[in-house]
Every structure is written in structure tokens, then in C-alpha cells.
Design a protein around this ligand. Structure first.
Ligand SMILES: Cc1cc2nc3c(=O)[nH]c(=O)nc-3n(C[C@H](O)[C@H](O)[C@H](O)COP(=O)(O)O)c2cc1C
Length: 200
């Protein structure tokens, strides 16, 4: 089976499967295991106590895998200013950053001039369109069933994902309630080009 989509091309991964940011759960070991298995692992930056702690986690992942991995930023969620963490991610030349939980405009402005890949996790069609306008490389769309859901619209993944696929041109990564290969296939049928998995 050929799993190539615009997401595998964009992120340089074998399977279109992204591990979600998971505050206080997603450290170097998990990120490296996912990346070694052919997906995209992510370290969750904003629940780490300091930018230097993030640097240590990034350096640990680099010891555990040669494959790409990402750093996730739930901005506005943990009472920590994110720019110093972002500086570390850029300095360590991570391939991908993802952002959620707040307005991505200043985050994207901060990244101007960098060639890091930018993913935005959204929970509504209008947020996906905004992410596209701002220059996101891909948008991750999470339905109400997603763990740790921050959305306000209460729309399930099965309804929301095709709405977003029809509303943007950038590739869509489906999230929320996807727990196995059947969920991956269903997401691809809905027009998504990859999935994000958190707790299922
Ligand atoms: C305990 C917990 C913590 C989370 N922390 C983050 C986070 O820091 N950043 C983020 O982008 N998403 C976070 N999420 C959302 C997940 O990345 C993902 O979008 C969600 O779990 C997908 O739905 P699923 O759980 O049905 O797979 C969190 C989810 C949970 C359950």
C-alpha cells in the first residue's frame, strides 16, 4: 500500500500519522518511538518547565531517532511565554512546529524567515481558513471527540473534517476519535491526507 499524500511529502515521513501534542505526556521517548515507526512524533513544549528543558528533550530525541519530529506549542495554556521555547526549537533546527490554543498570528510572525514547517491544530472551519491565510503548511482539524478538546463549536470529526477539506486548499490532517487503521482509512475517505492521534 502506498501511503503517500501531501502530508508524507511535506513532513518527509513514511506514514501520514502524527502524534498529537500531549501536555505532560509527550516527551522525547514517545516522540522518537513514533518517528522511528514512520510517523511524526512531537515533544510538547509548553508543559516543560523551561526552554532549557525543551532543549534537553530535543537533544534526547536526536539521540533516539534520525527521522523528523516536531515540537508542539499549546500557546496560552500553561501560563508560559512561548517565544523563548520557540527560539530553542529554531536553534535546534526542528523540522516541524505545531501550534494550538490561541491566535497563531504572532506565533507565525515570530517564525518569519524560517523554513520550519508550520501545522495549526483547529476545531472549527473558520479557524482552518484563518490558518491557511496566515501561511500554515497544513491544518490539523480536531472534532469534539478529541481528547483535551479546546473547541467551542461541539462538532464531531465526521462532520467537521469534510467541511474543512472543502474550505481550504492546504492539506488537512484529521483528528479526534481516530484509534486504528480503520480510522485512518475513514479519514482518507473524508478527504484528509493524514491523521493526528492523541489518546485513542
Ligand atoms: C491530556 C491531553 C493533553 C493534550 N495536550 C495537548 C497539547 O499540549 N497540545 C496540543 O496541540 N494538543 C493537545 N492535546 C490534544 C491532542 O494532541 C489531540 O489533538 C487529541 O488527543 C486528538 O484526539 P484523540 O484523543 O481522540 O486522538 C491534548 C490531549 C490530551 C488528552
Amino acid at each position: 500500500m502506498n501511503w503517500n499524500t501531501r502530508i508524507t511529502d511535506l513532513l518527509n515521513i513514511k506514514y501520514p500519522i502524527i502524534q498529537g501534542g500531549l501536555a505532560y505526556l509527550a516527551y522525547s521517548e514517545l516522540a522518537a518511538a513514533v518517528s522511528n515507526a514512520g510517523g511524526l512524533g512531537q515533544i510538547t513544549a509548553m508543559s516543560l518547565e523551561s526552554p532549557e528543558a525543551l532543549r534537553k528533550e530535543i537533544q534526547k530525541v536526536k539521540q533516539l531517532t534520525t527521522f523528523p519530529f516536531g515540537v508542539n506549542f499549546a500557546i496560552g495554556q500553561h501560563g508560559r511565554p512561548y517565544t523563548a521555547y520557540l527560539d530553542v526549537a529554531l536553534d535546534e533546527k526542528v523540522a516541524v512546529v505545531s501550534v494550538t490554543g490561541g491566535n497563531p498570528t504572532p506565533f507565525f510572525q515570530y517564525l518569519e524567515g524560517s523554513n520550519v514547517k508550520k501545522l495549526v491544530l483547529v476545531a472549527a472551519k473558520r479557524q482552518a481558513q484563518k490558518a491557511e491565510e496566515l501561511g500554515a503548511d497544513a491544518v490539523m482539524v480536531v472534532g469534539q471527540e478529541g481528547g483535551g478538546h479546546l473547541g467551542k463549536d461541539d462538532i464531531g470529526s465526521l462532520v467537521l473534517i469534510p467541511q474543512v477539506v472543502d474550505a481550504v486548499l492546504i492539506p488537512v490532517i484529521a483528528s479526534g476519535g481516530i484509534g486504528d487503521g480503520r480510522g485512518l482509512m475513514a479519514a482518507l475517505c473524508l478527504g484528509a491526507e493524514g491523521i493526528e492521534m492523541g489518546t485513542r
